[in-house]
Design a protein around this ligand. Sequence first.
Ligand code: SF4
Length: 448
Amino acid sequence: MLIQQSPDVYEKLRHLGGMATDDVLSVNGAEGRSIPRPDWHGIAARGGVTPHAGVYRAAMPNGKRLSLLRVMFTDYCMMDCFYCPNSHWVPRKRYGFKVDELAKLFDEMHRRQTVDGLFLSSGIFKDPNATQERLLAVVETVRRKYGFRGYIHLKVMPGTTDTGLIVAAQRLGTRLSINMEQPSEELLNRISTMKRWNAGMLQPMLRIQRLMEETYGGSVGQATQLVVGAADETDWDIHVRQRHLYRELGFKRIYYSAFRPIKYTPLEEHPPTPLVREHRLYQLDWLTRVYRFNDDELALAFDDGFLDHRADPKLRIAVEQYDRFPMDINTASHDDLLRVPGIGPMAAERIVRQRMRHTIDNQRDLQAMGVVLKRALPFVRFAGHRPVRAKQSMLPLFQALSSDPAPAPAAAAAAHERHAHTDCAACPLSSATCGMAATAPSPAALAA
Ligand code: SF4
C-alpha cells in the first residue's frame, strides 16, 4: 500500500524558504557592492553560529540589519517565464503553505526572536488576483491575529488588476514590489508570452505610487527586480529604465539578478550572465540613486551599450573626464569630491567638515576619514601630494585601479562543488551562489 505523507510545515519552510532566495529583492547592494546570495536553501547564519531555514539577514535603508523570514507562499506557478525555476516548464514537486500555517509559523519564529520581519513572495497558482488575495490573507493574519507591527516586504503579483487588493497591500505591507524582470515591453515579450507589461506591471506600480503619495501610513516604498541577460538586453536598456523608476516613479530600490540557465526551461541553452555584470549594474545604480551623477556623466560609463567589466563605472567616468582632476581636496565642493574614485558620501562629508577646522595635508587623515587611498590618490591633490597629470597615464591607471574583477572561475567552480554536496540535486537553484549552470535533476529523480 502506498502511503502518501504530506510534508510538514518545517519541510515546506525548508523548501519554500530556499526557493525564495532566488528573489534578490532584499539583498543589499550597499556601497555599490552586490552581496552574494545566501545558500540555495535560504540558510543564513545568524552571528555565524545557528543557521535557520528561510532566515535571511537584510540591510535596511537606514543601515540597520534585520533578520527576515524570506519565504514563498507556493513555488507552483502557472506562468511561462523562460528562465524561472518555478515556471510550468520545470517538472518537479511543488509545495505550498496554508494561510494560517504560514502566519502561525512566522509568529512562532518572531516570538522566539529568530526573525524580525517577513519577506513574502509566491508563484502565481490560479490567477494573479487570487494569489494576491491569499498573500494578503497571510499578512492580515500576521498583523491582526498576532499583532505584528514590524517590517513586511510584500510582493504584488504581476497582473494584479483588482484595485481593492492593491489598496490592501499598500495598507498592510511596509515595502511593496512587483518584479519587472525586463526593462521594456519588447524585452519582456522575449522571455514570457503571458506577462503583460502595461496592465500587469506599469499600471499597478503607478497605482501603488499614487496611493503612497495620497495616503498617510501604509507602505513606504516600492522596489523591483530585473533579470540581467535573459533577453539579451543591453546595460543601457537597463539604465534607461533605472532612471525612469528612480526619478519619475520614486522607487526606493532596484535589484539585479544575473540570469543563469535552468534545465527544462526554453533558455536552458542560453549562456549564463557573468556575475561581474550584475555587480557593475549595482555600482551604476549607486551612482544614479545615491551620488546623483547627471545623465551626461553616466553616459561616459558605457561602450556600445555595455558597462566595462574591467573597471567600476565611477572610475571609468573619472578616467573619461581626466581633465577635471586632480581635485584640490581642500577646496573641491562636496559634489566634486563625490566624483573622485575612492571617496564615498560619508568620506566626502567628513572631508568637508574637517577642512573647516584645519587644512588636510596628509594621507593618514584622508584614510581616517574613510577615503580609499589606492583609488583616490591619482585624482586628488593637497600639500605634498600632486599626482602625475598626463593623459598617457590613463591606461595603466585604468588597469591598476580596476576594482572587483569578475569572480575567478576557480572560485566559482569551488562554490559550485560545495553546493553539489548539500543535496542540491533536488534544487535547480544550486547555481544561485556560484553562477554556474545547475545540473537539474531528472524528472524521475524529482518524482522520487
Ligand atoms: S511569474 Fe514569477 S514565479 Fe511565475 S514563472 Fe514568472 S518569474 Fe517565475
